[in-house]
Every structure is written in C-alpha cells, then in structure tokens.
Design a binder for this molecule. Structure first.
Ligand code: GAR
Length: 208
C-alpha cells in the first residue's frame, strides 16, 4: 500500500472514513502519518486509536509558517509518504511545499468547486440560494481550492435547510468520496490533460 500522510485540524471525521476504508483493505494506501497544527485536535485521537503515527505542533503564527511546514515535510518524508491528503486542514500550504509535491496533494472541500471556495462553503451555498451543492476532491495547486478536480458528488439543498443539516448531509458524501478518490489516485486510474482529470477508459477528445 502507498504510504499516505493526512493533515488535519479538527474533528477528523474524514480521517476516520479513510482509516475505516484502510481497515477494510479497501484503500490501496496506508495512513503512515497524521499531521496537525493543533496538538489538541480530536482527529489526532482518532489517529492514535487506529495505531497511526502522529506529528503535531501548535500553530506558530505567520512568521513561523515556513519552519512549521519544513518540519512537517521532513516528518512525512521520513515516514516515506508519497501522497498527502488534506482532511479538514485549515491552513494554506506555502507555494514552495506544493511545488515540492506536484500533483501529490489531495484536498476535500464541502462544495462543488469552483463554486464557494474558502471558508464556510456550506453557509456560502445556503446564502447564495443554490438548490444543489456537494463536495469535491481535487489535486492541490498553488491557488486556494483550485487544482484539477478528481471527483465530485452532488447534494440537494432542501427547503428551509440549516447550515448544520446541510453540512451533515454533505459530510456523509465526503466520507464516501475521499476514500474513493484515494483509491482512484493510487491505482493511477486517471491522467491529466491540462487541468482536466481524465479517468481511465473515459477517452478525451484530441488535445486542442
Ligand atoms: C469537512 O467538511 C471538510 O470538507 C471541510 O472541513 C470539514 C472537516 O471535517 N474542509 C474545508 O472546509 C477546507 N476548506 P472533519 O475534520 O470531520 O473531516
């Protein structure tokens, strides 16, 4: 299995779904290290309970950002990680780190990108009044919530929905989507044409 690093900041329900898929033998990858900017994050408890190694440092602020990510990158390199997943990680990666791991970082975001990037995507969707939103797993590039889209899943916005209710229903789809995206990634079941992810078997038209 491909050694995987997962960055987390909070609750860790996506990490849990990844670990569960791994335990079922259904991931093609193995969580080798879970990294966090919050040593008290519940996600780290989930990692430890599953026997995964953890690395965490309190967020050092803007001036300490590069040193934080240098150390984190050293740790995930030492663990042999070849794929990095952001799962509810609430810090932006520095561009140099993204460039060091081209097309090797995945992120999950609770909207159908390019709609509603950034924070509070579910609240943004409700406020805008869309009838359908969802979740996206994409490759991370140097812009926020922007890289090539691997998989998306749609979720209907019910009449009178609250942020909590909508977030919960999106989250249930996230829990299916992230393990599926990791599986797809490690099997190499796609190729990139510009920013388009072409799944194996789904033939692209000739490049313009
Ligand atoms: C998830 O909904 C994830 O998509 C979102 O934070 C939540 C983390 O939950 N991520 C972002 O909004 C990133 N911009 P979790 O800690 O239970 O996995």
């Amino acid at each position: 299995p491909v050694p995987l690093a997962v960055f987390v900041s909070g609750r860790g329900s996506n990490l849990r779904s990844i670990l569960e898929a791994q335990a079922r033998g259904d991931l093609g990858a193995e969580v080798a290290l879970v990294l966090s900017d919050r040593p008290e994050a519940p996600a780290l408890e989930i990692a430890r309970a599953a026997g995964a190694a953890t690395w965490s440092r309190p967020w050092p602020g803007r001036e300490g950002r590069d040193a934080f990510f240098e150390e984190a990158d050293g740790a995930l390199g030492a663990a042999g990680c070849r794929l990095i997943c952001l799962a509810g990680f609430m810090r932006l990666l520095p561009a140099w780190l993204v460039r060091r791991h081209p097309n090797r970082i995945l992120n999950i975001h609770p909207s159908l990108l390019p709609a509603f990037p950034g924070k509070d995507a579910q609240a943004q969707a409700l406020a805008y009044g869309v009838k359908v939103t969802g979740c996206t797993v994409h490759l991370v590039d140097e812009q926020v919530d922007h890289g090539p889209i691997l998989l998306q899943r749609a979720v209907e916005v019910h009449e009178g929905a609250t942020v909590e209710e909508l977030s919960q229903r999106i989250l249930e789809e996230e829990h299916r989507l992230y393990p599926e995206a990791i599986r797809l990634y490690v099997r190499g079941g796609f190729r990139l044409t510009g920013r388009r992810v072409i799944r194996a078997g789904g033939e692209a038209t000739k490049e313009a």
